[in-house]
Design a protein around this ligand. Sequence first.
Ligand SMILES: [Zn+2]
Length: 210
Amino acid sequence: MEVLKGVHSIDHSEEKDHSLETWILDCAEGVVLIDGGMTPQAVENIAAELKLMKRGWRDVKLILVTHKHGDHIKNLPKLKEVTGAPIKAQKLEAPLIENAVGVKIEGLDDKQVIPYCGGIEVIWVPGHSEGNSCYYLKKQKAIIAGDPIFGDPNCNITAPPEKYCLDIKQATKEMERLLKYDFNHILYTHGKDIIGGAKVKVKELVDRTR
Ligand SMILES: [Zn+2]
């Protein structure tokens, strides 16, 4: 569904208490997909959303990935096949993803601005994984966060759970990187997206975990 103008969020999960999201940006330059889910059903879900947007696989011009975990990357070979689009991730994460899925992943620098959709800035937030990253949408003042924060169906947010993190101390500390950005909305993978007032909630979380 379209959660912000030009920003679609898809929840692939069948369990209501543990969402698994991917995102589609509908831009003048074409469509940008962020993360791809892990099941054939997730590919179907993306196809259905593209259809609703009156778009198709070949309109996808770029695929961005937040990090290397299976629920975000397992569909990349299939998505590469149907879209032909380049796939990019933060430069520490790119080779790890490439090794895991066997398709070419191009590296991105921290704070690099991708010239799509009014500017998409890479925010590197290490700790959950080596090159875990968020994507800041300048035009919408939104952060597509992936996994540096987790939440629940009621928008209660936390640091990512230790069992899923490379380095929980680093993951918790580095959440503060998000606060350098001017944002109102945060869309993350596991939990309900926060539309409006998101920066205040992230600031509270950072203060609480210091
Ligand atoms: Zn993860």
